[in-house]
Ligand binder design. Structure first.
Ligand SMILES: Cc1cc2nc3c(=O)[nH]c(=O)nc-3n(C[C@H](O)[C@H](O)[C@H](O)COP(=O)(O)OP(=O)(O)OC[C@H]3O[C@@H](n4cnc5c(N)ncnc54)[C@H](O)[C@@H]3O)c2cc1C
Length: 385
C-alpha cells in the first residue's frame, strides 16, 4: 500500500507529526516504529520539565506555541498532559552568570514572554525555601514554566492519530529510507519489504543521524547520555517546588510523585554512546551537589534500583533541525531537539506538518533550517541546560 507520508519513529515527536498531518488532511499516513511498543525511546526516559526560559527567540517561540497547545491538549486529544506551571527557578553565584540570565530575559521579553523576571535572594528563598542561598546572588523565574507528563503527551497524540486513521506498525526493526536519485520513494524494512510514500519524516530521536546517513543525508545529531537519580518518597520537599536549576553547574531538581529527581549534566564517564546503562559512580557527584544546594536532602535516600539513564539527541547548536533535507527531496527532518523534545513536540509536530503541506507558518522558522550548519549560521545558545 502506498502512503502520502511515512513517519519513522513513534516517539512523542513522530506521534505529534502524524497527528498534525492527519488533522490537516495530509491523506494516508503511516508510522513505523522499530521497537515492539510505544515509549521505548527517549520519550519514556524524560523527566517532564517544561520551560519558556531560553536564550534564543526561536526556542522561546517554540515553547510559547507548545504551551498554547498544552492548554488545549485535553480537549484536542482526550488525554490530560498534566501541565503544572510551578515555574523554573534559575539561581546564580557570579556577576557573569547574572549577566547571562539578564541577556536571556531580554531575549524572552522581546520574543513575547513578559512573565519571566529577575529575582533577588529574598524572592529565591520564598520561591524555594529549601535552597542554600549563602553563595547565591540572584536568579530568574518564570511562572509559565513547570512540568508535564511526557508519556501522557505521547499517549494523547498516539491515540488521537489512530482515531484519525493513522496506521501504526510496531516492531518493524531498523527501517531505512528508500531513495531514487535525489527523491524519496518510500521506506525499506529489514526483511526487504518496500513501502511507497510521497514523503518520509525522520523522527528517530537520538538515532536520527543513522537514519539520515543510511539515506545518504548528512545530519549532525549525536546521542548524549543523561542520568537521573531518584530518591525514595521524601516528604520534606513539596510537589509544587519549582524546577530549581543551579547555573554554576547545571545541577537541577524537581519533585515527582513524592520523590525527588536529581539531574547533573556532568561526571558521566561515557556520554557519547547509544548505551543507556546507569553509571553508579556518578551518584557520588550528584549527591554532593544535591546536599550542598538543598541541605535537607541529607535526609533523603537514593532508590538506586530505580535510577535511570537515557539519551538526549544533540545538534551542534542545541536547537532542533526542522525542514526538508537539502540533498533529498521529500525527506523531512525534525531532529536534534537536544533534550527539549517533549516540551517542544506539540509545536514541532504542527510546524512540520504545515511545512510538508506548504501551509502558512505562525512564525519564521528559518533559524532551524537544516542547511544552517553548512552555511556557518548556527544559533547562539548561552543557556545552561
Ligand atoms: C534523562 C532525560 C530527561 C529528559 N527530560 C526532558 C524534559 O524534562 N523535557 C523535555 O522536553 N525533554 C526531556 N528529555 C528529552 C526528550 O526525552 C527527547 O527530546 C524526546 O523524547 C525526543 O522525542 P523523539 O520522539 O524525537 O525521540 P524518541 O522518544 O527516542 O523516539 C524515537 C523513536 O524512533 C525509533 N527509531 C529509531 N530508529 C528507527 C528506525 N530506523 N526505524 C523505525 N523507528 C526507529 C526509536 O525506537 C524511538 O522509539 C529528556 C531526555 C532524557 C534522556
Amino acid at each position: 500500500m502506498a502512503y502520502d507520508v511515512i513517519v519513522l519513529g513513534a516517539g512523542v515527536i513522530g506521534c505529534s507529526v502524524a497527528y498534525h498531518l492527519a488533522t490537516l488532511g495530509a491523506g494516508h499516513i503511516g508510522v513505523l516504529e522499530r521497537a515492539p511498543s510505544l515509549g521505548s525511546g527517549s520519550t519514556g526516559k524524560a523527566t517532564g520539565g517544561f520551560r519558556c526560559q531560553y536564550s534564543t527567540a526561536i526556542n522561546v517561540r517554540l515553547s510559547l506555541m507548545a504551551r498554547e497547545k498544552l492548554l488545549r491538549f485535553r480537549e484536542e486529544t482526550g488525554v490530560d498532559p498534566e501541565y503544572r506551571p510551578y515555574g523554573y527557578l534559575f539561581v546564580a553565584s557570579t556577576e557573569s552568570q547574572i549577566q547571562t540570565l539578564r541577556d536571556a530575559l531580554a531575549v524572552q521579553h522581546e520574543a513575547g514572554l513578559p512573565e519571566s523576571r529577575a529575582v533577588d535572594i529574598e524572592e529565591i528563598r520564598t520561591l524555594n525555601p529549601a535552597l542554600y542561598t549563602d553563595d547565591l546572588i540572584g536568579g530568574t523565574f518564570c511562572p509559565l514554566d513547570g512540568f508535564m507528563r511526557p508519556i501522557k503527551i505521547l499517549q494523547g497524540y498516539y491515540e488521537a492519530a489512530r482515531r484519525l486513521g493513522v496506521a501504526f506498525r510496531f516492531g518493524v526493526g531498523q527501517a531505512q529510507v528508500w531513495r531514487e536519485g535525489d527523491r524519496v520513494r518510500g521506506v525499506v524494512l529489514p526483511d526487504g519489504e518496500r513501502i511507497e510514500a510521497g514523503a518520509v519524516v525522520n523522527a528517530a530521536g537520538a538515532w536520527a543521524g543513522i537514519v539520515a546517513q543510511q539515506a545518504g543525508v548528512n545530519l549532525p545529531v549525536q546521542p548524549l547520555k543523561r542520568q537521573v537519580a531518584i530518591t525514595y518518597p521524601f516528604a520534606e520537599l513539596p510537589e509544587t517546588m519549582p524546577m530549581s536549576v543551579d547555573v554554576n553547574d547545571g545541577f537541577h531538581l524537581r519533585v515527582r510523585d513524592g520523590r525527588v529527581l536529581l539531574l547533573y549534566p556532568h561526571a558521566v564517564h561515557n556520554e557519547q554512546t547509544f548505551e543507556t546503562d546507569f553509571e553508579r559512580a556518578w551518584l557520588d557527584a550528584v549527591q554532593q551537589r544535591a546536599r550542598h544546594r538543598v541541605p535537607c536532602l541529607r535526609n533523603a535516600r537514593i532508590d538506586i534500583e530505580n535510577c535511570w539513564a537515557g539519551l538526549y539527541e544533540m545538534s551542534p547548536d542545541k536547537h532542533v533541525i526542522l525542514g526538508e533535507a537539502a540533498e533529498l527531496s521529500g525527506f523531512y527532518l525534525v531532529n536534534g531537539s537536544s533534550g527539549h523534545g517533549v516540551m517542544h513536540s506539540p509545536a514541532l509536530g504542527e510546524l512540520l506538518a504545515r511545512l510538508i503541506l506548504r501551509m502558512e507558518l505562525p512564525f519564521d522558522i528559518t533559524p532551524l533550517r537544516p542547511t544552517r550548519f553548512a552555511e556557518g549560521a548556527l544559533n547562539r545558545d548561552t543557556g545552561v541546560l
